[in-house]
Design a binder for this molecule. Structure first.
Ligand SMILES: Cc1cc2nc3c(=O)[nH]c(=O)nc-3n(C[C@H](O)[C@H](O)[C@H](O)COP(=O)(O)OP(=O)(O)OC[C@H]3O[C@@H](n4cnc5c(N)ncnc54)[C@H](O)[C@@H]3O)c2cc1C
Length: 350
C-alpha cells in the first residue's frame, strides 16, 4: 500500500455491514481499505448466518420497519454484486410458513386481505407432499449466500492489497487537518462495522449493542427432498446434495461462544414438527448477533468527529438492513441528508 494515496474510507470489519458498505463504495468508484482480524476458528455472526431476508415478522405477521425500501435496496445491491463479481449469491425463494392450526390459517387469510400486507402474503395456501399441514408463502422473501459473498469480497480486497488482516488499535488513529492517519494509511473517513466488538470502541462508547447468541446447524438429510425454504419455527434452507441449513436459536443470556447441545435439541425438535426424517448433523456453529434494545440499527457520525461513523446493530436481519443503511450513510456523507432519527447514533447521546 503506497503511503501517499488518500483513500476515501477505512472500513473496520468485514462482516455483512462492512462488506455491503464497501461494495456500495465500489459501485460509486470510491476508494477504501478494509481492516479485520479474520481467524478461521473464530466465527462472526455474518459467517454463520443463514442469509434469509424476510419482510415480515412472522410471529405477529406484521411488516418489518421500512420493509419496502429495504427490499428495494437489497435487490439492487445483489444485482450489482452478482454482476460485478460474476457470482450468484441471491436466491429468490419464498419462505413457506407452516400454518399449524385453523387459527393460524384464519389469521393468515385475514392479514392477506389487508392492503398493507397483501404484497407479502400469498393468497392461496400450499401443500407439501410429506405432510397434511398447510403453508402460506411469504412473497418477496429469499436468501443470500452470505458466506460466499464475504469470501468473494475478501478475495477481491486481498488481491488488490486493500485489506489488512489485523485488529485495529484505536490508540494509533490520528486526526489531522480533516484527514485520518492509521499506520501508513491516510483516509478521509472511517466507518466502524465491528458488530458486538463495538463495546471496545472509544469513539462510540454509548452505542448499546446487546450480543444475542444464535446457533445454526447443517444437516445431511437424503429423504427430505425439499426444494423450498421452510419455516416451521426454524428456517430450513435446501442447499445442494441433500444438505440443509437449519437455524436459528436466539439467546441473549448465553455469553459463551461455544455451540450447545441445548441448541441442537431445540433446532432438531422444530425441524421435525411436520415429520421426522433421519438426518446427520455435519456442522454446528454459534456466534453473537449485534442486537439493540429498541431493535433498530445504529448509524451515523460520532458526536465529536464528523468523519468517523458507526454502522452496527443489525440484529437478526443483517442482510435485509445493510444495503438500505449503506444508502443512508452514503447519502448522509455525500449529499448531507439527515439520518433517520430512530436509527441514528445520536439517540444514544441524548
Ligand atoms: C446463527 C445465526 C443465524 C443468522 N441468520 C441470519 C439470517 O438468516 N438473515 C439475516 O439477515 N441475519 C442473520 N443473522 C444475523 C446476522 O448474522 C447479523 O445481523 C450480521 O452478521 C451482523 O453483521 P455485522 O457485519 O454488523 O457484524 P459481524 O458479523 O460481527 O462482523 C463484524 C466484523 O468486524 C470485525 N471486527 C470487530 N472488531 C474489530 C477490530 N477492532 N478490528 C478489526 N476488525 C474488527 C470482526 O472480526 C467481524 O468480522 C444470523 C446470526 C446468527 C448468529
Amino acid at each position: 500500500m503506497g503511503n501517499k494515496k488518500i483513500y476515501d474510507f477505512i472500513i473496520v470489519g468485514q462482516g455483512i455491514a462492512g462488506t455491503v458498505f464497501a461494495s456500495s463504495l465500489l459501485n460509486l468508484n470510491k476508494s477504501f481499505v478494509v481492516i479485520d482480524s479474520i481467524k478461521p476458528r473464530e466465527m462472526s455472526p455474518s459467517r454463520i448466518a443463514l442469509g434469509v431476508y424476510n419482510p415480515l415478522v412472522l410471529k405477529w405477521i406484521t411488516k418489518v420497519w421500512n420493509a419496502d425500501h429495504q427490499l428495494e435496496s437489497l435487490f439492487s445491491f445483489c444485482n450489482f454484486f452478482e454482476n460485478h463479481f460474476q457470482t450468484k449469491i441471491h436466491f429468490k425463494q419464498n419462505i413457506y410458513r407452516l400454518l399449524e392450526s385453523s387459527l393460524d390459517i384464519n389469521n393468515w387469510n385475514a392479514k392477506q386481505s389487508s392492503i398493507k400486507l397483501s404484497r407479502y402474503l400469498s393468497r392461496s395456501l400450499n401443500d407439501l407432499n410429506f405432510t397434511e399441514k398447510k403453508f402460506g408463502q411469504v412473497l418477496n422473501s429469499g436468501w443470500v449466500d452470505v458466506k460466499l459473498m464475504l469470501d468473494v469480497f475478501l478475495g477481491y480486497i486481498q488481491e488488490r492489497q486493500i485489506f489488512l488482516n489485523k485488529k485495529i488499535d484505536y490508540k494509533r488513529i490520528i486526526f489531522k487537518d480533516d484527514l485520518i492517519y492509521y499506520d501508513n494509511i491516510i483516509c478521509r473517513n472511517i466507518v466502524f462495522c465491528e458488530g458486538c466488538s463495538v463495546y471496545h470502541n472509544p469513539f462510540f462508547k454509548k452505542a448499546k449493542v446487546v450480543p444475542t447468541k444464535g446457533e445454526a446447524i447443517k444437516i445431511h438429510c437424503p429423504n427430505l427432498n425439499l426444494r423450498s425454504v421452510l419455516h416451521t419455527g426454524v428456517l430450513i434452507i435446501p442447499l445442494k446434495d441433500d444438505i440443509y441449513h437449519v437455524g436459528s436459536t436466539y439467546d441473549p443470556n448465553d455469553t459463551s461462544i461455544l455451540p450447545t447441545k441445548k441448541a441442537i435439541d431445540k433446532l432438531t425438535n422444530k425441524l421435525s414438527v411436520i415429520k421426522k426424517f433421519p438426518h446427520k448433523i455435519i456442522n454446528h456453529l454459534a456466534a453473537h448477533r449485534p442486537s439493540t434494545e429498541d431493535r433498530k440499527p445504529i448509524l451515523g457520525p460520532s458526536v465529536n468527529n464528523k468523519n468517523i461513523f458507526i454502522f452496527n446493530g443489525l440484529g437478526s436481519r443483517g442482510i435485509l438492513l445493510a444495503p438500505y443503511l449503506s444508502e443512508q450513510l452514503i447519502n448522509h456523507i455525500y449529499s448531507n441528508k439527515v439520518i433517520e432519527s430512530e436509527i441514528s447514533y445520536k439517540r444514544f447521546e441524548l
